[in-house]
Design a protein around this ligand. Structure first.
Ligand SMILES: C[S@@+](CC[C@H](N)C(=O)[O-])C[C@H]1O[C@@H](n2cnc3c(N)ncnc32)[C@H](O)[C@@H]1O
Ligand SMILES: [Zn+2]
Length: 374
Protein backbone atom coordinates (compact mmCIF):
# COMPACT_ATOMS: atom_id res chain seq x y z
CA UNK A 1 0.00 0.00 0.00
CA UNK A 2 1.19 3.48 -0.83
CA UNK A 3 -0.29 6.67 0.59
CA UNK A 4 -0.71 9.55 -1.81
CA UNK A 5 -1.95 13.05 -1.04
CA UNK A 6 -3.59 15.05 -3.78
CA UNK A 7 -5.15 18.43 -3.00
CA UNK A 8 -7.15 18.05 0.23
CA UNK A 9 -7.41 14.26 -0.09
CA UNK A 10 -5.23 11.30 0.91
CA UNK A 11 -5.65 7.88 -0.67
CA UNK A 12 -3.99 4.52 -0.10
CA UNK A 13 -3.44 2.49 -3.26
CA UNK A 14 -1.73 -0.78 -4.16
CA UNK A 15 -0.34 0.65 -7.36
CA UNK A 16 0.81 4.07 -8.53
CA UNK A 17 1.22 3.86 -12.28
CA UNK A 18 2.50 6.73 -14.36
CA UNK A 19 1.68 7.31 -17.98
CA UNK A 20 -1.08 6.97 -20.54
CA UNK A 21 -2.40 3.43 -20.01
CA UNK A 22 -5.47 2.23 -21.87
CA UNK A 23 -6.25 0.32 -18.69
CA UNK A 24 -7.37 -2.90 -20.38
CA UNK A 25 -7.21 -5.76 -17.90
CA UNK A 26 -5.58 -3.64 -15.20
CA UNK A 27 -6.42 -3.63 -11.50
CA UNK A 28 -7.31 -0.41 -9.69
CA UNK A 29 -4.46 2.05 -9.78
CA UNK A 30 -3.76 5.70 -9.13
CA UNK A 31 -2.41 7.63 -12.11
CA UNK A 32 -0.36 10.67 -11.04
CA UNK A 33 -0.13 11.80 -14.68
CA UNK A 34 -3.76 12.87 -14.43
CA UNK A 35 -3.22 15.08 -11.38
CA UNK A 36 -3.28 18.20 -13.59
CA UNK A 37 -6.61 17.04 -15.03
CA UNK A 38 -8.01 16.58 -11.50
CA UNK A 39 -6.56 19.87 -10.17
CA UNK A 40 -8.21 21.76 -13.03
CA UNK A 41 -11.44 19.82 -12.37
CA UNK A 42 -11.49 20.98 -8.74
CA UNK A 43 -10.87 24.57 -9.85
CA UNK A 44 -13.71 24.24 -12.38
CA UNK A 45 -16.06 22.86 -9.71
CA UNK A 46 -15.26 25.83 -7.46
CA UNK A 47 -15.66 28.39 -10.25
CA UNK A 48 -18.82 26.77 -11.55
CA UNK A 49 -20.50 26.95 -8.16
CA UNK A 50 -19.91 30.71 -8.12
CA UNK A 51 -21.56 30.88 -11.54
CA UNK A 52 -24.45 28.51 -10.64
CA UNK A 53 -24.78 28.53 -6.83
CA UNK A 54 -27.50 25.88 -6.85
CA UNK A 55 -25.36 23.07 -8.32
CA UNK A 56 -24.89 20.36 -5.72
CA UNK A 57 -24.76 16.82 -7.08
CA UNK A 58 -21.69 15.41 -8.85
CA UNK A 59 -21.31 11.97 -10.43
CA UNK A 60 -17.76 10.64 -10.73
CA UNK A 61 -18.93 8.13 -13.33
CA UNK A 62 -15.69 6.09 -13.60
CA UNK A 63 -14.13 6.56 -10.22
CA UNK A 64 -11.27 3.99 -9.95
CA UNK A 65 -9.52 4.95 -6.64
CA UNK A 66 -12.23 7.53 -5.87
CA UNK A 67 -9.68 10.34 -5.77
CA UNK A 68 -11.61 12.60 -8.16
CA UNK A 69 -14.94 12.08 -6.40
CA UNK A 70 -13.33 12.58 -3.00
CA UNK A 71 -11.78 15.83 -4.13
CA UNK A 72 -15.19 16.98 -5.43
CA UNK A 73 -16.71 16.05 -2.04
CA UNK A 74 -13.97 18.04 -0.29
CA UNK A 75 -14.97 20.97 -2.54
CA UNK A 76 -18.48 20.74 -1.10
CA UNK A 77 -20.30 18.68 -3.73
CA UNK A 78 -22.78 15.93 -2.95
CA UNK A 79 -20.88 13.08 -4.60
CA UNK A 80 -21.77 9.74 -6.13
CA UNK A 81 -18.93 7.54 -7.39
CA UNK A 82 -19.56 4.71 -9.85
CA UNK A 83 -17.34 1.97 -11.21
CA UNK A 84 -18.02 -1.46 -12.68
CA UNK A 85 -14.97 -2.90 -10.93
CA UNK A 86 -15.81 -4.14 -7.40
CA UNK A 87 -12.24 -3.46 -6.23
CA UNK A 88 -12.53 0.13 -7.45
CA UNK A 89 -15.88 0.59 -5.70
CA UNK A 90 -14.38 -0.77 -2.46
CA UNK A 91 -11.33 1.49 -2.75
CA UNK A 92 -13.50 4.55 -3.51
CA UNK A 93 -15.54 3.82 -0.36
CA UNK A 94 -12.32 3.50 1.60
CA UNK A 95 -11.00 6.78 0.12
CA UNK A 96 -14.12 8.70 1.16
CA UNK A 97 -14.05 7.18 4.67
CA UNK A 98 -10.29 7.79 5.12
CA UNK A 99 -10.89 11.50 4.47
CA UNK A 100 -14.03 11.76 6.59
CA UNK A 101 -16.08 12.66 3.52
CA UNK A 102 -19.72 11.78 2.79
CA UNK A 103 -20.60 10.24 -0.54
CA UNK A 104 -22.32 7.32 -2.20
CA UNK A 105 -20.39 4.64 -4.07
CA UNK A 106 -22.19 2.34 -6.50
CA UNK A 107 -20.72 -0.70 -8.23
CA UNK A 108 -22.52 0.06 -11.46
CA UNK A 109 -21.98 0.76 -15.11
CA UNK A 110 -21.81 4.57 -15.49
CA UNK A 111 -24.83 4.49 -17.82
CA UNK A 112 -26.93 2.52 -15.34
CA UNK A 113 -25.93 4.96 -12.58
CA UNK A 114 -26.96 7.89 -14.77
CA UNK A 115 -30.37 6.44 -15.63
CA UNK A 116 -31.13 4.90 -12.21
CA UNK A 117 -29.60 7.40 -9.77
CA UNK A 118 -29.60 10.57 -11.90
CA UNK A 119 -30.12 13.24 -12.93
CA UNK A 120 -26.99 14.87 -11.54
CA UNK A 121 -26.04 18.56 -11.74
CA UNK A 122 -22.49 17.71 -12.81
CA UNK A 123 -21.39 14.49 -14.54
CA UNK A 124 -17.74 13.60 -14.99
CA UNK A 125 -16.74 11.04 -17.64
CA UNK A 126 -13.16 9.82 -17.30
CA UNK A 127 -13.02 6.51 -19.18
CA UNK A 128 -10.14 4.55 -20.59
CA UNK A 129 -10.18 5.71 -24.24
CA UNK A 130 -13.27 7.21 -25.84
CA UNK A 131 -16.18 8.73 -23.89
CA UNK A 132 -18.57 8.15 -26.81
CA UNK A 133 -20.27 5.03 -25.33
CA UNK A 134 -21.31 7.17 -22.33
CA UNK A 135 -22.19 10.41 -24.13
CA UNK A 136 -25.93 9.84 -24.67
CA UNK A 137 -26.51 8.94 -21.03
CA UNK A 138 -24.38 11.81 -19.68
CA UNK A 139 -25.72 14.52 -21.97
CA UNK A 140 -29.34 13.51 -21.39
CA UNK A 141 -29.03 12.92 -17.62
CA UNK A 142 -26.86 15.87 -16.52
CA UNK A 143 -28.53 19.13 -15.58
CA UNK A 144 -25.75 21.70 -15.77
CA UNK A 145 -22.25 20.57 -16.58
CA UNK A 146 -20.64 17.56 -18.26
CA UNK A 147 -16.88 17.11 -17.83
CA UNK A 148 -15.29 14.77 -20.38
CA UNK A 149 -11.84 13.21 -20.79
CA UNK A 150 -10.89 11.40 -24.00
CA UNK A 151 -7.55 9.57 -24.21
CA UNK A 152 -7.99 8.12 -27.71
CA UNK A 153 -6.12 10.98 -29.33
CA UNK A 154 -5.02 9.02 -32.44
CA UNK A 155 -8.61 8.43 -33.68
CA UNK A 156 -9.62 11.95 -32.60
CA UNK A 157 -6.91 13.74 -34.56
CA UNK A 158 -7.22 11.52 -37.64
CA UNK A 159 -4.00 9.52 -37.17
CA UNK A 160 -6.24 6.44 -36.90
CA UNK A 161 -8.64 7.62 -39.56
CA UNK A 162 -11.18 4.77 -39.72
CA UNK A 163 -11.51 4.56 -35.93
CA UNK A 164 -12.00 8.34 -35.81
CA UNK A 165 -14.73 8.29 -38.49
CA UNK A 166 -16.47 5.32 -36.90
CA UNK A 167 -16.36 6.53 -33.31
CA UNK A 168 -17.00 10.23 -33.79
CA UNK A 169 -19.15 10.10 -36.95
CA UNK A 170 -17.11 12.83 -38.58
CA UNK A 171 -14.08 13.12 -40.85
CA UNK A 172 -10.93 13.89 -38.82
CA UNK A 173 -7.75 14.91 -40.66
CA UNK A 174 -4.25 14.48 -39.31
CA UNK A 175 -2.97 17.99 -40.10
CA UNK A 176 -0.48 20.39 -38.53
CA UNK A 177 -2.99 21.45 -35.84
CA UNK A 178 -3.69 17.86 -34.71
CA UNK A 179 -4.24 18.54 -30.96
CA UNK A 180 -6.90 21.11 -31.82
CA UNK A 181 -8.35 18.85 -34.52
CA UNK A 182 -8.82 16.20 -31.83
CA UNK A 183 -10.56 18.63 -29.50
CA UNK A 184 -12.86 19.94 -32.25
CA UNK A 185 -13.76 16.42 -33.37
CA UNK A 186 -14.66 15.49 -29.79
CA UNK A 187 -16.69 18.68 -29.32
CA UNK A 188 -18.49 18.09 -32.62
CA UNK A 189 -19.56 14.60 -31.54
CA UNK A 190 -20.65 15.77 -28.08
CA UNK A 191 -22.59 18.79 -29.41
CA UNK A 192 -24.38 16.59 -31.98
CA UNK A 193 -25.15 13.94 -29.34
CA UNK A 194 -26.60 16.57 -26.99
CA UNK A 195 -28.66 18.10 -29.81
CA UNK A 196 -30.37 14.75 -30.41
CA UNK A 197 -31.80 15.16 -26.90
CA UNK A 198 -32.80 18.82 -27.55
CA UNK A 199 -29.88 19.94 -25.40
CA UNK A 200 -27.33 22.60 -26.30
CA UNK A 201 -23.79 21.82 -25.14
CA UNK A 202 -21.47 24.83 -24.93
CA UNK A 203 -17.77 24.47 -24.02
CA UNK A 204 -16.87 26.52 -20.94
CA UNK A 205 -13.29 25.26 -20.80
CA UNK A 206 -11.21 22.82 -22.86
CA UNK A 207 -7.57 21.82 -22.97
CA UNK A 208 -5.39 19.27 -24.66
CA UNK A 209 -2.63 18.16 -22.31
CA UNK A 210 -0.20 15.25 -22.55
CA UNK A 211 -2.17 12.41 -24.15
CA UNK A 212 -5.71 13.46 -23.52
CA UNK A 213 -8.41 15.95 -24.40
CA UNK A 214 -10.50 17.43 -21.61
CA UNK A 215 -13.60 19.59 -21.95
CA UNK A 216 -16.30 21.04 -19.70
CA UNK A 217 -19.66 21.57 -21.39
CA UNK A 218 -22.47 23.66 -19.97
CA UNK A 219 -25.92 22.39 -20.93
CA UNK A 220 -28.99 24.36 -21.89
CA UNK A 221 -32.27 22.61 -22.63
CA UNK A 222 -34.52 23.36 -25.61
CA UNK A 223 -34.69 22.69 -29.33
CA UNK A 224 -33.83 26.23 -30.35
CA UNK A 225 -30.72 26.36 -28.11
CA UNK A 226 -29.69 22.97 -29.51
CA UNK A 227 -30.11 24.32 -33.05
CA UNK A 228 -27.95 27.33 -32.18
CA UNK A 229 -25.22 25.01 -30.88
CA UNK A 230 -25.38 22.90 -34.04
CA UNK A 231 -25.04 26.09 -36.11
CA UNK A 232 -21.48 26.36 -34.83
CA UNK A 233 -20.48 23.14 -36.56
CA UNK A 234 -18.89 23.14 -39.98
CA UNK A 235 -15.96 22.05 -42.13
CA UNK A 236 -12.32 22.96 -42.60
CA UNK A 237 -10.51 22.80 -45.92
CA UNK A 238 -6.72 22.77 -45.98
CA UNK A 239 -4.18 22.84 -48.79
CA UNK A 240 -1.53 20.20 -48.25
CA UNK A 241 0.97 22.19 -50.32
CA UNK A 242 0.90 25.77 -48.98
CA UNK A 243 -1.01 25.00 -45.73
CA UNK A 244 -3.65 27.67 -46.46
CA UNK A 245 -6.96 26.84 -44.81
CA UNK A 246 -10.55 28.04 -44.79
CA UNK A 247 -13.62 27.03 -42.85
CA UNK A 248 -17.36 27.26 -43.35
CA UNK A 249 -20.31 26.64 -41.07
CA UNK A 250 -23.18 24.32 -41.98
CA UNK A 251 -23.93 20.63 -42.41
CA UNK A 252 -22.81 20.42 -46.03
CA UNK A 253 -19.15 20.58 -46.98
CA UNK A 254 -18.38 22.69 -50.06
CA UNK A 255 -14.63 22.16 -50.56
CA UNK A 256 -12.93 24.38 -53.14
CA UNK A 257 -11.85 22.57 -56.34
CA UNK A 258 -8.36 23.90 -55.81
CA UNK A 259 -6.47 25.97 -53.25
CA UNK A 260 -7.46 29.65 -53.46
CA UNK A 261 -3.91 30.65 -52.47
CA UNK A 262 -1.64 28.45 -54.63
CA UNK A 263 -3.94 26.60 -57.05
CA UNK A 264 -2.94 23.12 -55.77
CA UNK A 265 -5.58 20.43 -56.11
CA UNK A 266 -4.38 18.74 -52.91
CA UNK A 267 -7.06 20.17 -50.61
CA UNK A 268 -8.43 18.00 -47.79
CA UNK A 269 -11.64 18.54 -45.85
CA UNK A 270 -12.38 17.72 -42.21
CA UNK A 271 -15.72 17.83 -40.48
CA UNK A 272 -18.24 18.36 -39.19
CA UNK A 273 -16.02 20.01 -36.56
CA UNK A 274 -16.92 22.36 -33.72
CA UNK A 275 -15.92 25.79 -35.07
CA UNK A 276 -17.08 27.88 -32.09
CA UNK A 277 -14.99 28.98 -29.11
CA UNK A 278 -13.55 26.08 -27.11
CA UNK A 279 -13.75 28.07 -23.88
CA UNK A 280 -15.45 31.05 -22.29
CA UNK A 281 -12.54 33.40 -21.52
CA UNK A 282 -14.25 34.88 -18.43
CA UNK A 283 -14.99 31.46 -16.97
CA UNK A 284 -11.47 30.22 -17.77
CA UNK A 285 -10.10 33.24 -15.86
CA UNK A 286 -12.35 32.34 -12.90
CA UNK A 287 -11.00 28.78 -13.02
CA UNK A 288 -7.45 30.19 -13.04
CA UNK A 289 -8.31 32.19 -9.92
CA UNK A 290 -9.69 29.06 -8.22
CA UNK A 291 -6.40 27.15 -8.50
CA UNK A 292 -4.74 27.10 -5.06
CA UNK A 293 -1.27 26.33 -3.78
CA UNK A 294 -2.44 23.08 -2.16
CA UNK A 295 -2.71 21.63 -5.66
CA UNK A 296 0.30 19.58 -6.72
CA UNK A 297 0.27 21.01 -10.24
CA UNK A 298 -0.69 24.59 -9.29
CA UNK A 299 2.09 26.17 -11.36
CA UNK A 300 1.37 24.08 -14.44
CA UNK A 301 -2.38 24.56 -14.08
CA UNK A 302 -1.97 28.35 -13.85
CA UNK A 303 0.22 28.58 -16.93
CA UNK A 304 -2.08 26.26 -18.86
CA UNK A 305 -5.11 28.38 -17.94
CA UNK A 306 -3.27 31.65 -18.70
CA UNK A 307 -2.60 30.34 -22.20
CA UNK A 308 -6.18 29.12 -22.60
CA UNK A 309 -7.56 32.52 -21.53
CA UNK A 310 -5.29 34.45 -23.92
CA UNK A 311 -5.95 32.30 -27.00
CA UNK A 312 -7.71 33.81 -30.02
CA UNK A 313 -11.04 32.18 -30.94
CA UNK A 314 -9.83 31.03 -34.38
CA UNK A 315 -10.88 27.46 -35.25
CA UNK A 316 -7.34 26.33 -36.09
CA UNK A 317 -3.73 27.15 -35.28
CA UNK A 318 -0.34 26.97 -36.99
CA UNK A 319 3.00 25.51 -36.07
CA UNK A 320 5.60 28.22 -36.65
CA UNK A 321 8.37 25.67 -37.31
CA UNK A 322 6.27 23.88 -39.92
CA UNK A 323 5.42 27.16 -41.68
CA UNK A 324 9.02 28.41 -41.62
CA UNK A 325 10.22 25.09 -43.03
CA UNK A 326 7.63 25.48 -45.78
CA UNK A 327 8.84 29.02 -46.46
CA UNK A 328 12.52 27.98 -46.44
CA UNK A 329 13.57 30.21 -43.57
CA UNK A 330 14.64 29.64 -39.97
CA UNK A 331 12.07 29.86 -37.19
CA UNK A 332 12.13 32.99 -34.99
CA UNK A 333 11.46 33.69 -31.33
CA UNK A 334 7.70 33.37 -30.88
CA UNK A 335 7.33 36.80 -29.26
CA UNK A 336 9.03 38.48 -32.26
CA UNK A 337 6.92 36.47 -34.68
CA UNK A 338 3.65 37.41 -32.94
CA UNK A 339 4.72 41.07 -32.64
CA UNK A 340 5.34 41.20 -36.41
CA UNK A 341 1.88 39.77 -37.09
CA UNK A 342 0.28 42.32 -34.76
CA UNK A 343 2.29 45.19 -36.24
CA UNK A 344 0.84 44.25 -39.62
CA UNK A 345 -2.68 44.54 -38.17
CA UNK A 346 -3.43 40.85 -37.62
CA UNK A 347 -4.69 39.21 -34.44
CA UNK A 348 -2.08 36.81 -33.03
CA UNK A 349 -1.70 34.75 -29.86
CA UNK A 350 0.19 31.83 -28.45
CA UNK A 351 -1.84 28.68 -27.80
CA UNK A 352 -1.80 26.10 -25.02
CA UNK A 353 -1.32 23.36 -27.66
CA UNK A 354 2.46 23.81 -27.70
CA UNK A 355 5.26 26.38 -27.55
CA UNK A 356 5.84 26.53 -31.32
CA UNK A 357 2.13 26.88 -32.07
CA UNK A 358 0.17 30.11 -32.53
CA UNK A 359 -3.18 31.44 -33.65
CA UNK A 360 -3.72 34.31 -36.02
CA UNK A 361 -6.42 36.01 -38.02
CA UNK A 362 -3.95 36.27 -40.94
CA UNK A 363 -3.97 33.94 -43.92
CA UNK A 364 -0.79 31.92 -44.52
CA UNK A 365 0.27 34.34 -47.27
CA UNK A 366 -0.38 37.34 -44.98
CA UNK A 367 1.55 35.70 -42.13
CA UNK A 368 4.49 35.03 -44.47
CA UNK A 369 4.57 38.64 -45.66
CA UNK A 370 4.15 40.10 -42.17
CA UNK A 371 7.03 38.09 -40.71
CA UNK A 372 9.43 38.22 -43.68
CA UNK A 373 11.84 40.72 -42.08
CA UNK A 374 12.36 39.30 -38.58
C1 LIG B 1 -9.35 6.12 -16.31
S1 LIG B 1 -10.02 5.22 -14.96
C2 LIG B 1 -10.78 6.47 -14.00
C3 LIG B 1 -9.82 7.33 -13.25
C4 LIG B 1 -10.42 8.24 -12.21
N1 LIG B 1 -11.58 8.97 -12.69
C5 LIG B 1 -9.39 9.23 -11.70
O1 LIG B 1 -9.48 10.45 -11.89
O2 LIG B 1 -8.42 8.75 -11.06
C6 LIG B 1 -11.39 4.40 -15.69
C7 LIG B 1 -12.25 3.58 -14.71
O3 LIG B 1 -13.46 3.27 -15.41
C8 LIG B 1 -13.95 2.04 -14.94
N2 LIG B 1 -14.96 1.56 -15.91
C9 LIG B 1 -14.76 0.89 -17.07
N3 LIG B 1 -15.94 0.71 -17.70
C10 LIG B 1 -16.89 1.33 -16.93
C11 LIG B 1 -18.29 1.51 -17.06
N4 LIG B 1 -18.94 1.03 -18.11
N5 LIG B 1 -18.93 2.20 -16.09
C12 LIG B 1 -18.26 2.68 -15.01
N6 LIG B 1 -16.94 2.53 -14.84
C13 LIG B 1 -16.26 1.86 -15.79
C14 LIG B 1 -12.70 1.20 -14.81
O4 LIG B 1 -12.93 0.12 -13.91
C15 LIG B 1 -11.69 2.23 -14.27
O5 LIG B 1 -11.65 2.18 -12.86
ZN1 LIG C 1 -2.27 26.01 -51.42
Amino acid sequence: MEEVTEGAVTIAVDEVRDGASDGAGDGVFYNPTQELNRDVTVAVLRAYRSREPRVASYLDAMTASGVRGARAAAAGYDVTCADTDPDAAALARETLARNGLDGTVVERDARAALYESGPFDVVDLDPFGSPVPFADAALSRARNLVCVTATDTAPLCGAHFDAGVRRYDTVPRNLDDHPEMGLRVLLSALVRTAARHDVAAQPLLSHVSRHYVRTYLELDRGASAANDARDRLGHRHQCQDCLERTHERGSTARPPDDCPACGSRRVVTAGPLWLGPVRDAGFAADVRAAVDDEMGTAGEARSLLDAVVAELDEPTHYDQHRLCEQWGRPASAMDDFLAALRAAGHGASRTHYGGTRFKTTATVAEARAATADI
